[in-house]
Design a protein around this ligand. Structure first.
Ligand SMILES: [Zn+2]
Length: 322
């Protein structure tokens, strides 16, 4: 292989496809975003990915024969043994889709595929908050809850690639319906979607809350409104956040009892609220966990933001192909 070569990193999301071109060694040359158009089906999404990669290579002056491989991270259940996309919450029509084979045919490159939260965990482990750690659990707290594990310095996938799916730990019997179809999963109790749902339930009642004025202005209710109302002193909104933090703290106590990590990294849109959320999560976690498991364990925010998945998948593709 030539000394100078490149890798392509892709973060395949429900609304955006982020594509990065990186030199071997990890230096990112360029990152661009293109619309996914997920509702138009797999062929359109792959065509959008292909034209995005073409644009990136052309503008970067990088010929195709200098590209050594491509890594793709995607939300959803990717079976790494069968090399099959089982299901993705963001990509309708991708059930039992042979993603790896399809990409290999399309790009004639070695392809590495990873769950997006696992890639984000590896990114934060190599370049962000997890640097210097050996064992780390990462949660992505957004519309859903994803999880990724690095154990003994290595990304842990489990037997089929579904390791670390902490969002689907069943926490509350007969609780609210989760995106996976079951009831009472962590994701149905502590995700952005869950916090917004509790906000709407609050509005359906007759209690006083600042959320009423906020929704009158914005027209809809999102988790960020609940956080903002709580910052302004709204007790009912603060109660919703504390409840979500309670469930998350308990789920972390379960995961930590099994894994004994040195650090838990919280990333994604909900984690962007920082200490406002971390503080009650820590409090509920410490109330639930066996103390000796928690004395030296950190709970901290991610450092790489939206780039964590791309950085992680680029590192993984380089490690696997060199
Ligand atoms: Zn679930």
């Amino acid at each position: 292989m030539n000394l100078l070569h490149y890798y392509i990193g892709v973060d395949l999301g429900g609304t955006k496809i982020r594509v990065a071109l990186a030199r071997s060694g990890g230096e990112i040359v360029d990152v661009r975003s293109f619309p996914t158009e997920a509702e138009r089906g797999t062929e359109t999404v792959l065509a959008n990915l292909q034209s995005g990669v073409d644009v990136l290579l052309a503008d970067g002056g990088c010929p195709w024969d200098k590209v050594a491989g491509m890594g793709v991270c995607v939300a959803g259940f990717y079976d790494c043994k069968a090399e099959l996309m089982i299901k993705s919450p963001n990509l309708p029509g991708w059930e039992f889709f042979q993603l790896k084979q399809k990409l290999e045919d399309l790009f004639a490159l070695p392809i590495v595929i990873e769950n997006d939260a696992s890639a984000a965990a590896y990114g934060e482990f190599c370049f962000g908050t997890g640097r210097g750690q050996e064992d780390m659990l990462l949660l992505t707290l957004g519309t859903g809850i994803g999880g990724g594990l690095v154990l003994g310095g290595k990304l842990y996938r489990g037997s089929r690639g579904f390791g670390g799916e902490i969002g689907h730990i069943p926490i509350l019997p007969d609780g609210p319906r989760c995106g996976c179809g079951r009831r009472g999963c962590l994701e149905a109790l502590a995700s952005g979607t869950a916090i917004a749902r509790e906000g709407r339930n609050l509005l359906a009642g007759h209690g006083t809350t600042l959320l009423r004025e906020m929704v009158a202005v914005s027209g809809d209710l999102r988790a960020e409104h609940v956080f903002e109302a709580a910052r302004l002193g709204d007790a009912a909104s603060n109660g919703i956040i504390d409840r979500a933090a309670y469930y998350l703290g308990r789920a972390l106590a379960i995961a930590v009892a099994i894994l004994n990590p040195g650090i838990v990294v919280l990333s994604g849109g909900i984690a962007a609220n920082g200490e406002q959320f971390f503080d009650p999560v820590r409090r509920h976690f410490h109330a639930a966990v066996l103390p000796l498991l928690a004395t030296e364990m950190l709970i901290a925010g991610g450092r790489l933001g939206a780039d964590s998945g791309i950085r992680g998948i680029l590192q993984l593709v380089e490690e696997q192909l060199e």
